[in-house]
Write a protein that binds this ligand. Sequence first.
Ligand code: CA
Length: 711
Amino acid sequence: MAMRLIQASIVFASALLLASCGQSTETVSAKGPAQVNGARITNADSEPGLWMSVGRTYSEQRFSPLKQINDTNAAQLGLTWSFDLDTARGQEATPLVIDGVMYFSTAWSMVKALDAKTGRAIWQYDPKVPREYGVKVCCDVVNRGVAAWNGKVYVGTLDGRLIALDASNGQPVWSVQTTDTTKPYAITGAPRVAKGKVFIGNGGAEFGVRGYISAYDAESGDMVWRFYTVPNATGQPDNAASDKMLAEKAASTWGDGGLVLGGGGTVWDAIVYDPEFDLLYFGSGNASPWTQGYRGKIGDNLFLASIVAVKPDTGEYVWHYQEVPGDEWDFTSVQPIILADLPINGETRKVLLHAPKNGFFYVLDRATGELISADPFAPVTWASSVDIDTGRPVEHPDARYSRTGKPWRGTPGPQGAHNWNPMAFSPDTGLVYIPVNVLVSTYVQAATFGERAMGFNTGLDRGANATNGMAAVQATLDASSSHLLAWNPVTRKEAWRVEHPGPGNGGILATAGNLVLQGTFGGAFVVYRADTGEKLWSMPVQTSVIAAPMSYEIDGEQYVAVLVGTGGALGLTQGAASLKSGPVRNISRMLAFKLGGTATLPAPPPPVARAIDPPPLTATAAVVAEGSRLYAENCGVCHGAAGIANGIVPDLRSSPYLSDDGYFDIVLNGTLKERGMVSFAPMISREQAAAIRSYVISQAHDTRTVRSAGP
Ligand code: CA
């Protein structure tokens, strides 16, 4: 049920006011807010003060043509308003601003509409996602944005619903369940809208689901088509748009027994419409299970880790390019896609730019999918290069750990050289700005594999990165780094970089003011020169920034806005790595800046620090080792790898339940279910729960090792 703070009449009043200022069009006052259509998005450059789609334009360059704020005056930036959120989990969304109203999603798939000039709430909508659903997601209860079309705002919810809201009051117009609720599907990505259809995918490949993207009628919510990215394990057709291509191209690349789980290939982020070719491109995710050793016949496993182009009206396949044949490293290709026109070898090529997890920067011809270039944009050890003729990576033979039977320690790891945090492209500088992470990870195939009732099911020995306790944590810390990379996709070379203390930094906005804007995991919002990387301005914002900024204009003034609040895959699971940037708390807010802004942030509440004061460790080393493996399989996804949390969910090393029988009530009886901590009784026995507790106690005793070496 939506909570209306201010009645719709105020929205209409402000829309009329905007129209009188020449900011908007007659349709706004006549029909109400968020009157977005295909022509308006396609011609977004004629309304540069707006941000009508998650990447601003259909090209998703995340480039603002505004330049009132520029490289000569960025030092005068200041906060002009802030809006505190009613959630304290990871915030990943890029807001929209349409005709004076800002629309955005927050953690737990909630949606807000604010007056973009003042930050005053217009309406708020909460889809009431059951909190126990949090255990079905790999990477925090995040949401990366909404779409707008014809007076409606669309959000995908963590529990798999696609909901159309009336943009004037936040009331649901329609809601459809896009997933099988008996399976651990989740939506965290932003819907896209083109040609009267809403496109949405989902995630869950760590848990054993089968990936797909669907198109729904924007007015009625009726499903128009669905495209599955991997074959049906039954061998039967789905009566879906993908049937023909899965049978012709994909089925033989899996073979008998290859689809032991859903197969994966989930479409959990990038979906881009290209009006020039009338194509819809999307990225597909990693394999499920991760290791190919438990996927039967060795093959390419189409369409995992691929860019796929389909017709937006029907879902009919047009082309694909597979970036990672036979993925077994969690190398998703869902990372943000940018469309651009680039001068390559003396001609203008219409290209698709992509910097996926695997560490190679790809330039594809977007009409045909032809590979134009592929170069490492970060340290890469799993492959030395990409063969430009075959399009296939030249793999390091040891990287295929399921074939060698030996651990593979390499980079990038499952967090990727670049994850979901949006990159940006400036047509002025010709540079792509990428938030790069350098993280080393160890892959070991598990000794056994089978169906699991809940939790990760990757076929990996999930304890491989934790069994050596804090020594392994320290080694991972030492090997990690992060930077903002300016990459020239034509010369295929780095232009400049800015080093950050630790990984997990925010998405990027580029502007015509020769600016690049990025927030950091350490809690600063920073402006750089786009051509050189020179730092021009920064402001501490009390919490990590992982989302991307955007820009808009109202009444002749340019604003920059960014959603802040730590969390997400890296914030939640890699507590140790995130400590490199300095410990940060989640203080979730929308922030807006302009030249001469004089607002200040409320003083942060006093920190709530709990001492790490564990009871004596009485368990044997063997029990602790088993606890380590079980912790990694069942607990680390939320409470942090190696027992080190970022504070968004409790750090168990400081839990009062380490010496209290209430521990078993929580872990096995679900007494904290309403807070998201469901019972793990389907997965672990009381003896195993005790082993996990012994491991956490062991890590707590060992904590000084990593604390003393921290920043
Ligand atoms: Ca994954």
